[in-house]
Design a protein around this ligand. Sequence first.
Ligand code: ADP
Ligand code: MG
Length: 282
Amino acid sequence: MDKIISAQNVTFEYETEEGNIAVMEDFSVDFEKGSFTAVLGHNGSGKSTLAKLLNGLNKPTKGNVIVSGMNTNDEVHAIDIKRIVGMVFQNPDNQLVSTIVDEDVAFGLENLGVEPNEMRRRVDEALKAVEMYEYKDSSPHKLSGGQKQRVAIAGIIAMEPECIVLDEPTAMLDPRGRQEVMETIIKLCKEKNITIILITHYMNEAAMADRVVVMDKGKILLDGIPSKVFSQVELLKSVGLDVPQPTELVFELKKAGIDLDSSIITVDECVEALTGALQEEK
Ligand SMILES: Nc1ncnc2c1ncn2[C@@H]1O[C@H](COP(=O)(O)OP(=O)(O)O)[C@@H](O)[C@H]1O
Ligand SMILES: [Mg+2]
Protein backbone atom coordinates (compact mmCIF):
# COMPACT_ATOMS: atom_id res chain seq x y z
CA MET A 1 0.00 0.00 0.00
CA ASP A 2 1.08 3.56 -0.70
CA LYS A 3 1.96 5.70 2.26
CA ILE A 4 0.62 9.23 2.20
CA ILE A 5 2.32 10.37 5.40
CA SER A 6 5.36 8.96 7.09
CA ALA A 7 6.77 10.33 10.35
CA GLN A 8 10.31 9.04 10.75
CA ASN A 9 12.21 9.10 14.06
CA VAL A 10 10.59 12.36 15.07
CA THR A 11 11.65 14.16 18.21
CA PHE A 12 9.53 17.16 19.08
CA GLU A 13 10.10 19.80 21.73
CA TYR A 14 8.09 22.93 22.51
CA GLU A 15 10.30 25.91 23.21
CA THR A 16 9.01 27.82 26.23
CA GLU A 17 10.36 30.54 28.48
CA GLU A 18 11.04 27.93 31.16
CA GLY A 19 13.02 25.83 28.68
CA ASN A 20 12.24 23.12 26.19
CA ILE A 21 9.47 20.61 26.80
CA ALA A 22 10.06 17.28 25.05
CA VAL A 23 6.78 15.74 23.90
CA MET A 24 8.00 13.02 21.51
CA GLU A 25 11.24 11.20 21.11
CA ASP A 26 12.17 8.99 18.15
CA PHE A 27 8.54 8.65 17.16
CA SER A 28 7.64 6.89 13.90
CA VAL A 29 4.28 6.19 12.27
CA ASP A 30 2.96 5.73 8.71
CA PHE A 31 -0.48 6.33 7.27
CA GLU A 32 -1.69 4.48 4.18
CA LYS A 33 -3.45 6.29 1.39
CA GLY A 34 -7.23 6.01 1.66
CA SER A 35 -7.19 4.53 5.18
CA PHE A 36 -9.22 5.64 8.20
CA THR A 37 -7.19 5.78 11.41
CA ALA A 38 -8.46 6.84 14.83
CA VAL A 39 -5.97 8.22 17.36
CA LEU A 40 -6.76 7.82 21.05
CA GLY A 41 -4.90 8.94 24.13
CA HIS A 42 -5.33 10.63 27.47
CA ASN A 43 -5.08 14.46 27.66
CA GLY A 44 -1.50 15.53 27.18
CA SER A 45 -0.43 12.31 25.46
CA GLY A 46 0.67 14.26 22.37
CA LYS A 47 -2.23 13.77 19.94
CA SER A 48 -2.61 17.42 18.92
CA THR A 49 1.15 17.80 18.69
CA LEU A 50 1.20 14.83 16.31
CA ALA A 51 -1.71 16.22 14.27
CA LYS A 52 0.21 19.46 13.70
CA LEU A 53 3.38 17.59 12.78
CA LEU A 54 1.47 15.84 9.99
CA ASN A 55 0.86 19.00 7.97
CA GLY A 56 3.89 21.05 8.91
CA LEU A 57 2.20 23.32 11.48
CA ASN A 58 4.75 21.78 13.87
CA LYS A 59 8.23 21.03 12.55
CA PRO A 60 10.21 18.14 14.03
CA THR A 61 13.05 19.13 16.35
CA LYS A 62 14.79 16.03 14.93
CA GLY A 63 13.68 13.55 12.29
CA ASN A 64 11.40 13.93 9.27
CA VAL A 65 7.75 13.96 8.32
CA ILE A 66 7.22 13.06 4.66
CA VAL A 67 3.89 13.96 3.02
CA SER A 68 3.44 12.57 -0.51
CA GLY A 69 7.21 12.58 -0.97
CA MET A 70 7.66 16.12 0.43
CA ASN A 71 9.52 16.82 3.66
CA THR A 72 7.71 19.22 6.03
CA ASN A 73 11.15 20.60 6.95
CA ASP A 74 11.46 22.05 3.41
CA GLU A 75 9.81 25.45 3.51
CA VAL A 76 9.29 25.39 -0.29
CA HIS A 77 6.66 22.65 0.16
CA ALA A 78 4.77 24.37 3.00
CA ILE A 79 1.75 25.48 0.94
CA ASP A 80 1.46 22.22 -1.03
CA ILE A 81 1.62 20.19 2.16
CA LYS A 82 -1.09 22.26 3.86
CA ARG A 83 -3.28 21.78 0.81
CA ILE A 84 -2.71 18.01 0.71
CA VAL A 85 -3.26 17.55 4.46
CA GLY A 86 -6.26 19.56 5.65
CA MET A 87 -6.95 20.10 9.35
CA VAL A 88 -10.28 20.31 11.15
CA PHE A 89 -10.30 21.45 14.78
CA GLN A 90 -12.60 21.07 17.75
CA ASN A 91 -14.46 24.35 17.71
CA PRO A 92 -16.36 25.02 14.46
CA ASP A 93 -16.92 28.66 15.43
CA ASN A 94 -13.18 29.34 15.29
CA GLN A 95 -12.94 27.88 11.80
CA LEU A 96 -15.74 29.80 10.09
CA VAL A 97 -14.72 33.23 8.83
CA SER A 98 -17.53 34.48 6.60
CA THR A 99 -21.16 35.48 7.06
CA ILE A 100 -22.42 33.25 4.21
CA VAL A 101 -21.84 29.51 4.01
CA ASP A 102 -20.60 29.33 0.42
CA GLU A 103 -18.24 32.28 0.86
CA ASP A 104 -16.83 30.50 3.84
CA VAL A 105 -16.13 27.37 1.83
CA ALA A 106 -14.55 29.50 -0.94
CA PHE A 107 -12.27 31.37 1.46
CA GLY A 108 -9.29 29.01 1.26
CA LEU A 109 -9.57 28.80 -2.53
CA GLU A 110 -9.45 32.58 -2.90
CA ASN A 111 -6.17 32.51 -1.03
CA LEU A 112 -4.87 29.87 -3.44
CA GLY A 113 -5.83 32.02 -6.43
CA VAL A 114 -8.23 29.47 -7.96
CA GLU A 115 -10.16 31.02 -10.89
CA PRO A 116 -13.88 31.84 -10.40
CA ASN A 117 -15.52 29.04 -12.48
CA GLU A 118 -13.33 26.40 -10.94
CA MET A 119 -13.98 27.92 -7.51
CA ARG A 120 -17.78 27.72 -8.04
CA ARG A 121 -17.50 24.07 -9.12
CA ARG A 122 -15.35 23.11 -6.14
CA VAL A 123 -17.48 24.96 -3.58
CA ASP A 124 -20.70 23.35 -4.87
CA GLU A 125 -19.12 19.91 -4.95
CA ALA A 126 -17.69 20.29 -1.44
CA LEU A 127 -21.04 21.45 -0.02
CA LYS A 128 -22.81 18.52 -1.68
CA ALA A 129 -20.22 16.09 -0.31
CA VAL A 130 -21.04 17.16 3.27
CA GLU A 131 -24.78 17.45 2.46
CA MET A 132 -24.89 21.20 3.16
CA TYR A 133 -25.56 22.44 -0.38
CA GLU A 134 -29.08 23.59 0.44
CA TYR A 135 -27.61 25.87 3.12
CA LYS A 136 -25.15 27.59 0.77
CA ASP A 137 -26.78 31.01 1.13
CA SER A 138 -27.36 30.70 4.88
CA SER A 139 -25.47 32.39 7.65
CA PRO A 140 -23.12 29.98 9.46
CA HIS A 141 -24.07 31.28 12.91
CA LYS A 142 -27.67 30.05 12.41
CA LEU A 143 -26.51 26.47 11.87
CA SER A 144 -26.29 23.68 14.46
CA GLY A 145 -22.84 22.63 15.70
CA GLY A 146 -22.84 19.55 13.48
CA GLN A 147 -23.79 21.62 10.43
CA LYS A 148 -21.07 24.18 11.19
CA GLN A 149 -18.49 21.46 11.49
CA ARG A 150 -19.62 20.01 8.14
CA VAL A 151 -19.21 23.46 6.56
CA ALA A 152 -15.69 23.62 8.05
CA ILE A 153 -15.02 20.20 6.49
CA ALA A 154 -16.39 21.45 3.14
CA GLY A 155 -13.88 24.32 3.28
CA ILE A 156 -11.12 21.72 3.53
CA ILE A 157 -12.58 19.44 0.83
CA ALA A 158 -12.76 22.37 -1.61
CA MET A 159 -8.95 22.44 -1.49
CA GLU A 160 -9.06 18.84 -2.80
CA PRO A 161 -6.90 17.38 -0.04
CA GLU A 162 -5.65 13.80 -0.05
CA CYS A 163 -5.80 13.58 3.71
CA ILE A 164 -7.85 15.22 6.46
CA VAL A 165 -6.66 15.29 10.07
CA LEU A 166 -9.52 15.98 12.48
CA ASP A 167 -8.56 16.92 16.04
CA GLU A 168 -11.55 16.04 18.24
CA PRO A 169 -14.04 17.43 15.68
CA THR A 170 -17.06 16.10 17.58
CA ALA A 171 -16.04 17.14 21.11
CA MET A 172 -18.33 20.19 21.18
CA LEU A 173 -21.27 18.61 19.35
CA ASP A 174 -24.49 17.00 20.54
CA PRO A 175 -25.06 13.29 19.71
CA ARG A 176 -26.83 14.11 16.48
CA GLY A 177 -24.06 16.47 15.35
CA ARG A 178 -21.48 13.81 16.22
CA GLN A 179 -23.29 11.29 14.10
CA GLU A 180 -23.55 13.70 11.14
CA VAL A 181 -19.84 14.42 11.27
CA MET A 182 -18.94 10.73 11.57
CA GLU A 183 -21.14 9.83 8.60
CA THR A 184 -19.50 12.62 6.58
CA ILE A 185 -16.00 11.47 7.46
CA ILE A 186 -16.71 7.84 6.58
CA LYS A 187 -18.30 8.84 3.29
CA LEU A 188 -15.30 10.98 2.31
CA CYS A 189 -12.97 8.09 3.06
CA LYS A 190 -14.97 5.42 1.22
CA GLU A 191 -16.26 7.45 -1.74
CA LYS A 192 -13.48 9.97 -2.34
CA ASN A 193 -10.61 7.84 -1.04
CA ILE A 194 -9.53 10.66 1.28
CA THR A 195 -7.20 9.45 4.03
CA ILE A 196 -8.75 10.17 7.42
CA ILE A 197 -6.89 10.63 10.69
CA LEU A 198 -9.41 11.19 13.46
CA ILE A 199 -8.36 12.16 16.96
CA THR A 200 -11.22 11.40 19.31
CA HIS A 201 -12.23 10.75 22.91
CA TYR A 202 -15.22 8.68 21.84
CA MET A 203 -14.54 4.96 21.77
CA ASN A 204 -17.54 4.22 19.56
CA GLU A 205 -16.09 6.59 16.94
CA ALA A 206 -12.70 4.91 17.12
CA ALA A 207 -14.45 1.54 16.68
CA MET A 208 -15.61 2.71 13.22
CA ALA A 209 -12.02 3.19 11.96
CA ASP A 210 -9.89 0.66 10.06
CA ARG A 211 -7.05 1.17 12.51
CA VAL A 212 -6.70 2.52 16.04
CA VAL A 213 -3.48 4.10 17.32
CA VAL A 214 -3.32 4.62 21.09
CA MET A 215 -0.85 7.20 22.35
CA ASP A 216 0.55 7.53 25.84
CA LYS A 217 3.23 10.03 26.95
CA GLY A 218 4.26 10.81 23.38
CA LYS A 219 4.62 7.17 22.39
CA ILE A 220 2.47 4.64 20.56
CA LEU A 221 1.11 2.19 23.10
CA LEU A 222 -1.11 0.13 20.78
CA ASP A 223 -1.63 0.10 17.02
CA GLY A 224 -3.94 -2.25 15.13
CA ILE A 225 -7.45 -3.04 13.99
CA PRO A 226 -10.10 -1.82 16.48
CA SER A 227 -11.15 -5.28 17.72
CA LYS A 228 -7.53 -6.18 18.57
CA VAL A 229 -6.76 -2.83 20.25
CA PHE A 230 -9.96 -2.79 22.31
CA SER A 231 -9.44 -6.37 23.47
CA GLN A 232 -6.62 -4.90 25.66
CA VAL A 233 -9.18 -3.65 28.17
CA GLU A 234 -6.89 -3.59 31.23
CA LEU A 235 -3.99 -1.91 29.42
CA LEU A 236 -6.31 0.79 28.05
CA LYS A 237 -7.81 1.41 31.47
CA SER A 238 -4.32 1.67 32.98
CA VAL A 239 -3.66 4.71 30.75
CA GLY A 240 -6.97 6.35 31.60
CA LEU A 241 -8.94 5.23 28.55
CA ASP A 242 -12.22 3.45 28.20
CA VAL A 243 -13.27 0.81 25.72
CA PRO A 244 -16.53 0.79 23.71
CA GLN A 245 -19.50 -0.10 25.93
CA PRO A 246 -20.17 -3.48 24.23
CA THR A 247 -16.49 -4.44 24.76
CA GLU A 248 -16.75 -3.44 28.43
CA LEU A 249 -19.91 -5.52 28.92
CA VAL A 250 -18.30 -8.58 27.32
CA PHE A 251 -15.17 -8.05 29.45
CA GLU A 252 -17.23 -8.01 32.66
CA LEU A 253 -19.29 -11.05 31.62
CA LYS A 254 -16.14 -12.99 30.81
CA LYS A 255 -14.80 -12.17 34.28
CA ALA A 256 -18.03 -13.63 35.65
CA GLY A 257 -17.28 -16.85 33.79
CA ILE A 258 -19.37 -16.49 30.65
CA ASP A 259 -17.48 -17.55 27.54
CA LEU A 260 -17.69 -14.76 24.94
CA ASP A 261 -15.49 -13.51 22.10
CA SER A 262 -13.27 -10.69 23.41
CA SER A 263 -13.00 -9.02 19.97
CA ILE A 264 -16.55 -7.62 20.20
CA ILE A 265 -16.74 -3.84 19.67
CA THR A 266 -20.16 -3.02 18.23
CA VAL A 267 -23.65 -3.25 19.74
CA ASP A 268 -24.77 -5.63 16.97
CA GLU A 269 -21.89 -8.04 17.59
CA CYS A 270 -22.64 -7.90 21.31
CA VAL A 271 -26.34 -8.63 20.82
CA GLU A 272 -25.51 -11.57 18.57
CA ALA A 273 -22.99 -13.04 21.02
CA LEU A 274 -25.33 -12.63 24.01
CA THR A 275 -28.26 -14.16 22.11
CA GLY A 276 -26.04 -17.12 21.23
CA ALA A 277 -24.86 -17.52 24.83
CA LEU A 278 -28.43 -17.36 26.18
CA GLN A 279 -29.61 -20.01 23.72
CA GLU A 280 -26.78 -22.32 24.83
CA GLU A 281 -27.93 -21.89 28.42
CA LYS A 282 -31.39 -23.25 27.63
N1 ADP B 1 2.28 25.27 22.82
C1 ADP B 1 2.77 24.49 23.78
N2 ADP B 1 3.81 24.88 24.54
C2 ADP B 1 4.33 24.08 25.49
N3 ADP B 1 3.87 22.85 25.79
C3 ADP B 1 2.83 22.39 25.08
C4 ADP B 1 2.21 23.19 24.04
N4 ADP B 1 1.20 22.48 23.51
C5 ADP B 1 1.17 21.31 24.16
N5 ADP B 1 2.14 21.25 25.10
C6 ADP B 1 2.44 20.12 26.01
O1 ADP B 1 2.71 18.99 25.19
C7 ADP B 1 2.14 17.81 25.72
C8 ADP B 1 1.24 17.17 24.67
O2 ADP B 1 0.15 18.04 24.42
P1 ADP B 1 -0.92 17.78 23.29
O3 ADP B 1 -0.22 17.39 22.03
O4 ADP B 1 -1.81 18.97 23.24
O5 ADP B 1 -1.70 16.51 23.86
P2 ADP B 1 -3.18 15.97 23.60
O6 ADP B 1 -3.68 16.58 22.32
O7 ADP B 1 -3.02 14.49 23.52
O8 ADP B 1 -4.00 16.38 24.79
C9 ADP B 1 1.41 18.23 26.98
O9 ADP B 1 2.25 17.96 28.07
C10 ADP B 1 1.22 19.71 26.81
O10 ADP B 1 1.18 20.37 28.04
MG1 MG C 1 -5.40 17.70 21.90
